[in-house]
Design a protein around this ligand. Structure first.
Ligand SMILES: Cc1cc2nc3c(=O)[nH]c(=O)nc-3n(C[C@H](O)[C@H](O)[C@H](O)COP(=O)(O)O)c2cc1C
Length: 197
């Protein structure tokens, strides 16, 4: 089959696009409101976009609390969403007002960061401390505002030593979860290696 995305006449019961860009890593983004309230939300339009220096991005469909907080404060933290934390991750996606601390809502523990003010998720084995770089505004449909891509530089990284062996991070042991299409997720618990030509 083939369909033009501007018409989106794919004939399927659900839009297949996100099921085709899968898996997408989940950025579990914490930020601080002006009043000091902790904000935590998952974003699966998320990825690393460079490594030296490391930059990450996430894309917000509309001006959500994370975007507002990060543009105002210049900082955010990205904790790793793992299979063990999947239910808490899901709770933090609730559409609640900026006055609600989603870390507390999900029963998670804030842990202090070293270089930025927002806390990381203590239960998560990995966290990136990030400095806001810029927002890229994507064109939307029919002249409307599209998604807003927030780019940040990773200035500090926490790794739980229990997941390090022989000088390498054991990704399968971390069991990161990723978003597929629909309500589906994947977990990375098996890996393979391949040498480059
Ligand atoms: C796994 C998962 C991935 C999500 N990815 C995105 C995303 O990429 N962009 C987005 O705008 N919302 C995404 N959402 C929805 C947000 O998490 C949700 O709107 C949340 O309330 C936003 O919180 P905030 O207003 O505190 O930033 C996702 C939800 C889940 C459960």
């Amino acid at each position: 089959m083939f369909y033009k995305t501007d018409e989106n006449k794919h004939g399927l019961t659900h839009d297949p696009f996100k099921a085709l860009v899968a898996p997408r890593p989940i950025g579990w983004i914490s930020s601080l409101g002006a009043d000091g309230v902790v904000n935590l939300a998952p974003y699966s339009f998320f990825n690393a976009i460079s490594d030296r220096p490391p930059f990450v991005m996430f894309s917000s469909s509309g001006r959500k609390d994370s975007l507002r907080n990060i543009e105002a404060s210049g900082e955010f933290v990205c904790s790793l969403a793992t299979y063990e934390l999947k239910d808490q991750m899901n709770v933090t996606s609730a559409m609640v007002g900026p006055e609600v601390d989603e870390m507390a809502l999900a029963g998670l523990t804030p842990a202090p960061c070293k270089l930025v003010k927002p806390p990381r998720v203590a239960e998560s084995p990995v966290a990136f401390e990030c400095k806001y770089f810029k927002t890229l505004s994507l064109p939307g449909l029919d002249g409307a505002e599209g998604n807003l891509v927030v780019i940040g530089e990773v200035i500090g990284i926490h790794i739980d030593d229990a997941y390090i062996a022989d000088g390498r991070v054991d990704t399968a042991k971390l069991r990161p979860i990723a978003r597929l299409g629909y309500m589906e997720y994947a977990v990375v618990d098996a890996v393979f290696s391949m040498d480059r030509p």
